[in-house]
Write a protein that binds this ligand. Structure first.
Ligand code: NCD
Length: 304
Protein backbone atom coordinates (compact mmCIF):
# COMPACT_ATOMS: atom_id res chain seq x y z
CA UNK A 1 0.00 0.00 0.00
CA UNK A 2 1.29 3.45 -0.95
CA UNK A 3 0.70 6.88 0.55
CA UNK A 4 1.59 10.32 -0.80
CA UNK A 5 3.38 12.50 1.74
CA UNK A 6 5.86 14.33 -0.50
CA UNK A 7 6.22 14.72 -4.27
CA UNK A 8 9.44 12.70 -3.92
CA UNK A 9 7.41 9.61 -2.99
CA UNK A 10 7.08 9.05 -6.73
CA UNK A 11 10.08 8.68 -9.02
CA UNK A 12 10.33 10.97 -12.05
CA UNK A 13 9.31 7.99 -14.23
CA UNK A 14 6.28 7.28 -12.02
CA UNK A 15 5.30 10.96 -12.21
CA UNK A 16 5.53 10.81 -16.01
CA UNK A 17 3.13 7.86 -15.99
CA UNK A 18 0.81 9.74 -13.62
CA UNK A 19 0.80 12.83 -15.86
CA UNK A 20 0.20 10.69 -18.98
CA UNK A 21 -2.78 9.20 -17.19
CA UNK A 22 -4.00 12.68 -16.15
CA UNK A 23 -3.78 13.87 -19.79
CA UNK A 24 -5.67 10.78 -20.95
CA UNK A 25 -8.36 11.54 -18.35
CA UNK A 26 -8.48 15.14 -19.63
CA UNK A 27 -9.26 13.97 -23.16
CA UNK A 28 -11.34 10.86 -22.40
CA UNK A 29 -13.32 11.65 -19.22
CA UNK A 30 -16.17 9.25 -20.06
CA UNK A 31 -13.80 6.26 -20.09
CA UNK A 32 -13.14 6.79 -16.37
CA UNK A 33 -16.68 7.55 -15.21
CA UNK A 34 -17.10 4.20 -13.39
CA UNK A 35 -13.50 3.40 -12.53
CA UNK A 36 -14.12 3.83 -8.79
CA UNK A 37 -17.71 2.64 -8.53
CA UNK A 38 -18.33 1.53 -4.95
CA UNK A 39 -15.18 3.16 -3.58
CA UNK A 40 -15.12 5.93 -0.97
CA UNK A 41 -12.77 8.82 -0.44
CA UNK A 42 -12.61 10.48 3.00
CA UNK A 43 -11.50 14.10 3.14
CA UNK A 44 -10.33 15.00 6.65
CA UNK A 45 -9.58 18.71 6.69
CA UNK A 46 -8.42 20.27 9.96
CA UNK A 47 -7.60 23.55 8.15
CA UNK A 48 -9.58 25.77 5.76
CA UNK A 49 -9.67 24.84 2.07
CA UNK A 50 -11.78 25.47 -0.98
CA UNK A 51 -9.86 24.10 -3.94
CA UNK A 52 -7.98 21.16 -2.54
CA UNK A 53 -10.92 19.55 -0.76
CA UNK A 54 -13.45 20.18 -3.51
CA UNK A 55 -10.91 19.15 -6.13
CA UNK A 56 -10.42 15.80 -4.36
CA UNK A 57 -14.14 15.36 -3.96
CA UNK A 58 -14.94 16.15 -7.57
CA UNK A 59 -12.08 13.88 -8.67
CA UNK A 60 -13.64 10.95 -6.79
CA UNK A 61 -17.16 11.79 -8.00
CA UNK A 62 -15.88 11.97 -11.60
CA UNK A 63 -14.54 8.43 -11.12
CA UNK A 64 -17.95 7.14 -9.98
CA UNK A 65 -16.96 6.89 -6.31
CA UNK A 66 -18.40 8.70 -3.32
CA UNK A 67 -17.05 10.98 -0.62
CA UNK A 68 -17.34 11.37 3.14
CA UNK A 69 -15.45 13.63 5.52
CA UNK A 70 -15.25 16.85 7.47
CA UNK A 71 -14.06 20.29 6.49
CA UNK A 72 -13.23 21.74 9.86
CA UNK A 73 -11.60 20.32 12.96
CA UNK A 74 -14.32 21.85 15.14
CA UNK A 75 -16.93 19.54 13.65
CA UNK A 76 -14.77 16.41 14.13
CA UNK A 77 -13.86 14.52 17.30
CA UNK A 78 -10.54 16.40 17.31
CA UNK A 79 -12.53 19.01 19.23
CA UNK A 80 -13.09 16.33 21.94
CA UNK A 81 -9.38 15.56 22.05
CA UNK A 82 -9.15 12.60 19.66
CA UNK A 83 -5.68 12.03 18.17
CA UNK A 84 -5.01 11.91 14.44
CA UNK A 85 -3.82 8.31 14.90
CA UNK A 86 -7.15 7.24 16.36
CA UNK A 87 -9.16 9.20 13.81
CA UNK A 88 -7.39 7.54 10.87
CA UNK A 89 -7.94 4.06 12.35
CA UNK A 90 -11.63 4.88 12.46
CA UNK A 91 -11.67 6.38 8.95
CA UNK A 92 -9.91 3.23 7.67
CA UNK A 93 -13.09 1.31 8.59
CA UNK A 94 -15.26 3.66 6.52
CA UNK A 95 -13.31 4.61 3.41
CA UNK A 96 -10.89 3.19 0.80
CA UNK A 97 -8.59 6.23 0.62
CA UNK A 98 -8.14 9.41 2.66
CA UNK A 99 -6.89 12.94 1.96
CA UNK A 100 -5.86 14.80 5.09
CA UNK A 101 -4.95 18.45 5.70
CA UNK A 102 -3.62 19.52 9.08
CA UNK A 103 -2.01 22.65 10.56
CA UNK A 104 0.74 20.54 12.21
CA UNK A 105 3.74 19.57 10.10
CA UNK A 106 3.98 15.78 9.91
CA UNK A 107 0.39 15.02 11.02
CA UNK A 108 -0.46 13.23 7.73
CA UNK A 109 2.67 11.12 8.19
CA UNK A 110 1.48 10.06 11.64
CA UNK A 111 -1.87 9.19 10.09
CA UNK A 112 -0.21 7.15 7.33
CA UNK A 113 1.76 5.14 9.87
CA UNK A 114 -1.45 3.98 11.55
CA UNK A 115 -3.64 3.67 8.49
CA UNK A 116 -4.79 0.58 6.65
CA UNK A 117 -5.84 2.67 3.61
CA UNK A 118 -3.74 4.98 1.38
CA UNK A 119 -3.30 8.44 2.92
CA UNK A 120 -2.65 11.59 0.88
CA UNK A 121 -1.09 14.67 2.44
CA UNK A 122 -3.35 17.54 1.36
CA UNK A 123 -1.14 20.12 3.12
CA UNK A 124 0.61 19.97 6.49
CA UNK A 125 1.31 23.33 8.10
CA UNK A 126 4.10 25.24 6.37
CA UNK A 127 5.78 21.99 5.29
CA UNK A 128 4.52 20.30 2.11
CA UNK A 129 1.58 20.20 -0.27
CA UNK A 130 2.39 17.41 -2.72
CA UNK A 131 -0.89 17.33 -4.68
CA UNK A 132 -0.59 21.06 -5.41
CA UNK A 133 2.86 20.27 -6.79
CA UNK A 134 1.46 17.46 -8.96
CA UNK A 135 -1.05 20.04 -10.20
CA UNK A 136 1.71 22.59 -10.89
CA UNK A 137 3.91 20.09 -12.73
CA UNK A 138 1.04 18.78 -14.84
CA UNK A 139 0.05 22.35 -15.74
CA UNK A 140 3.60 23.23 -16.80
CA UNK A 141 4.08 19.98 -18.71
CA UNK A 142 0.73 20.32 -20.49
CA UNK A 143 1.12 24.01 -21.40
CA UNK A 144 4.87 24.05 -22.13
CA UNK A 145 5.23 20.49 -23.43
CA UNK A 146 8.26 19.75 -21.24
CA UNK A 147 9.57 19.68 -17.69
CA UNK A 148 13.14 20.85 -18.19
CA UNK A 149 15.26 23.82 -19.09
CA UNK A 150 13.36 26.57 -17.29
CA UNK A 151 14.18 29.71 -15.36
CA UNK A 152 11.63 29.57 -12.58
CA UNK A 153 10.62 32.60 -10.51
CA UNK A 154 9.01 31.95 -7.13
CA UNK A 155 7.63 35.09 -5.56
CA UNK A 156 6.05 36.09 -2.25
CA UNK A 157 5.95 34.08 0.95
CA UNK A 158 8.75 31.59 0.34
CA UNK A 159 9.22 31.00 4.06
CA UNK A 160 5.80 29.69 5.05
CA UNK A 161 4.42 28.70 1.63
CA UNK A 162 4.20 24.91 1.61
CA UNK A 163 3.36 24.86 -2.10
CA UNK A 164 6.72 26.53 -2.77
CA UNK A 165 8.61 24.02 -0.64
CA UNK A 166 7.06 21.03 -2.39
CA UNK A 167 7.55 22.56 -5.83
CA UNK A 168 11.27 23.22 -5.22
CA UNK A 169 11.76 19.63 -4.04
CA UNK A 170 10.03 18.33 -7.13
CA UNK A 171 11.65 20.61 -9.73
CA UNK A 172 15.24 19.90 -8.73
CA UNK A 173 14.90 16.41 -10.19
CA UNK A 174 14.45 17.82 -13.72
CA UNK A 175 17.35 18.93 -15.95
CA UNK A 176 18.49 22.53 -16.43
CA UNK A 177 16.29 24.23 -13.90
CA UNK A 178 17.40 27.55 -12.50
CA UNK A 179 15.59 29.25 -9.63
CA UNK A 180 15.09 32.91 -8.88
CA UNK A 181 13.56 33.49 -5.45
CA UNK A 182 11.82 36.84 -5.09
CA UNK A 183 10.83 37.75 -1.55
CA UNK A 184 11.28 40.30 1.18
CA UNK A 185 14.13 39.48 3.57
CA UNK A 186 11.69 38.20 6.23
CA UNK A 187 10.05 35.68 3.89
CA UNK A 188 13.06 34.07 2.26
CA UNK A 189 13.23 30.37 1.34
CA UNK A 190 14.28 28.31 4.39
CA UNK A 191 17.96 27.40 4.62
CA UNK A 192 17.29 23.67 4.48
CA UNK A 193 16.09 24.15 0.90
CA UNK A 194 18.90 26.42 -0.29
CA UNK A 195 21.32 23.93 1.35
CA UNK A 196 19.93 21.19 -0.90
CA UNK A 197 20.33 23.44 -3.96
CA UNK A 198 23.94 24.22 -3.03
CA UNK A 199 24.71 20.57 -2.44
CA UNK A 200 23.28 19.60 -5.83
CA UNK A 201 24.88 22.55 -7.64
CA UNK A 202 21.54 23.87 -8.82
CA UNK A 203 21.76 27.58 -9.69
CA UNK A 204 19.59 29.96 -7.69
CA UNK A 205 19.44 33.68 -6.96
CA UNK A 206 17.62 35.56 -4.22
CA UNK A 207 16.30 39.02 -5.08
CA UNK A 208 13.87 41.48 -3.59
CA UNK A 209 12.62 43.32 -6.66
CA UNK A 210 10.39 41.53 -9.15
CA UNK A 211 10.85 44.01 -12.02
CA UNK A 212 14.54 43.42 -12.62
CA UNK A 213 14.29 39.65 -13.18
CA UNK A 214 10.91 39.55 -14.96
CA UNK A 215 12.38 39.39 -18.52
CA UNK A 216 14.35 36.23 -17.71
CA UNK A 217 11.51 34.06 -16.40
CA UNK A 218 9.86 31.12 -18.17
CA UNK A 219 7.28 30.97 -15.47
CA UNK A 220 6.43 32.96 -12.40
CA UNK A 221 4.89 31.23 -9.38
CA UNK A 222 3.12 33.85 -7.27
CA UNK A 223 2.08 33.10 -3.70
CA UNK A 224 -0.09 34.57 -0.99
CA UNK A 225 1.51 35.84 2.21
CA UNK A 226 0.46 33.07 4.63
CA UNK A 227 -1.39 35.12 7.25
CA UNK A 228 -2.24 32.10 9.40
CA UNK A 229 1.43 31.22 9.97
CA UNK A 230 2.50 34.66 11.24
CA UNK A 231 3.19 35.21 14.91
CA UNK A 232 2.04 38.81 14.88
CA UNK A 233 -0.52 40.76 12.90
CA UNK A 234 1.79 43.77 12.50
CA UNK A 235 4.36 41.84 10.43
CA UNK A 236 1.61 40.42 8.26
CA UNK A 237 0.11 43.84 7.57
CA UNK A 238 3.53 45.24 6.68
CA UNK A 239 4.34 42.42 4.25
CA UNK A 240 1.02 41.41 2.75
CA UNK A 241 1.06 43.75 -0.24
CA UNK A 242 4.81 43.65 -0.86
CA UNK A 243 4.24 42.28 -4.38
CA UNK A 244 1.39 43.07 -6.70
CA UNK A 245 1.70 41.66 -10.19
CA UNK A 246 0.04 44.12 -12.57
CA UNK A 247 -0.04 45.01 -16.27
CA UNK A 248 3.07 47.19 -16.06
CA UNK A 249 5.16 44.35 -14.63
CA UNK A 250 3.71 41.89 -17.14
CA UNK A 251 4.96 44.13 -19.97
CA UNK A 252 8.49 43.27 -18.86
CA UNK A 253 7.90 39.51 -19.19
CA UNK A 254 8.45 37.13 -22.10
CA UNK A 255 5.46 36.74 -24.41
CA UNK A 256 5.12 33.07 -23.40
CA UNK A 257 5.92 33.34 -19.69
CA UNK A 258 3.31 31.51 -17.58
CA UNK A 259 1.89 32.99 -14.39
CA UNK A 260 0.99 30.29 -11.88
CA UNK A 261 -0.55 30.62 -8.42
CA UNK A 262 -1.86 27.84 -6.15
CA UNK A 263 -4.72 30.19 -5.12
CA UNK A 264 -6.42 31.62 -3.12
CA UNK A 265 -5.22 34.98 -4.39
CA UNK A 266 -5.50 38.01 -2.16
CA UNK A 267 -3.85 41.14 -3.65
CA UNK A 268 -0.67 39.69 -5.14
CA UNK A 269 -2.08 39.38 -8.66
CA UNK A 270 -4.16 42.23 -9.94
CA UNK A 271 -7.41 41.07 -11.55
CA UNK A 272 -6.43 43.02 -14.67
CA UNK A 273 -4.01 40.15 -15.44
CA UNK A 274 -6.72 37.48 -15.47
CA UNK A 275 -7.45 37.86 -19.19
CA UNK A 276 -3.79 37.89 -20.19
CA UNK A 277 -3.14 34.64 -22.14
CA UNK A 278 -0.10 34.05 -19.91
CA UNK A 279 -2.27 33.83 -16.77
CA UNK A 280 -2.55 30.09 -16.10
CA UNK A 281 -3.86 29.99 -12.53
CA UNK A 282 -7.44 29.06 -13.33
CA UNK A 283 -6.31 26.42 -15.85
CA UNK A 284 -4.15 25.09 -13.02
CA UNK A 285 -7.31 24.43 -10.96
CA UNK A 286 -8.71 22.31 -13.80
CA UNK A 287 -5.48 20.31 -14.11
CA UNK A 288 -5.70 19.74 -10.33
CA UNK A 289 -8.84 17.66 -10.80
CA UNK A 290 -7.29 15.52 -13.55
CA UNK A 291 -4.14 14.85 -11.58
CA UNK A 292 -6.07 13.96 -8.41
CA UNK A 293 -8.20 11.53 -10.46
CA UNK A 294 -4.97 9.97 -11.75
CA UNK A 295 -3.57 9.84 -8.22
CA UNK A 296 -6.64 8.15 -6.74
CA UNK A 297 -6.57 5.53 -9.52
CA UNK A 298 -2.86 4.94 -8.97
CA UNK A 299 -3.01 4.62 -5.18
CA UNK A 300 -6.08 2.38 -5.35
CA UNK A 301 -4.34 0.36 -8.11
CA UNK A 302 -7.37 0.62 -10.39
CA UNK A 303 -6.64 -0.24 -14.03
CA UNK A 304 -8.90 1.29 -16.70
C1 NCD B 1 -2.46 26.63 -0.88
C2 NCD B 1 -2.30 25.99 0.48
O1 NCD B 1 -3.29 25.62 1.12
O2 NCD B 1 -1.16 25.82 0.87
N1 NCD B 1 -3.76 26.57 -1.37
C3 NCD B 1 -4.13 25.47 -2.08
O3 NCD B 1 -4.23 24.39 -1.56
N2 NCD B 1 -4.33 25.61 -3.40
C4 NCD B 1 -1.88 27.99 -0.96
C5 NCD B 1 -2.37 29.04 0.00
O4 NCD B 1 -3.23 28.79 0.86
O5 NCD B 1 -1.87 30.16 -0.11
Amino acid sequence: MRHLMSPLDFTVEELDKLFDLANDIEHNMAKYAHACDGKKLATCFYEPSTRTRLSFESAMLNLGGSVIGFSDAGSSSASKGESVSDTIRVISCFADICAIRHPKEGAPMVAASKSSIPVINAGDGGHQHPTQTLTDLLTIRSLKGKLKNFTVGLCGDLKFGRTVHSLIHALIRYPDIQFIFISPEELKVPDYLTDILKEKNIPYEEVIRLEEIMPRLDFLYMTRVQKERFFNEEDYVRLKDFYILDKTKMELAKSDMLVLHPLPRVNEISVEIDDDPRAAYFKQVQYGVYVRMALVLTLLEVEV
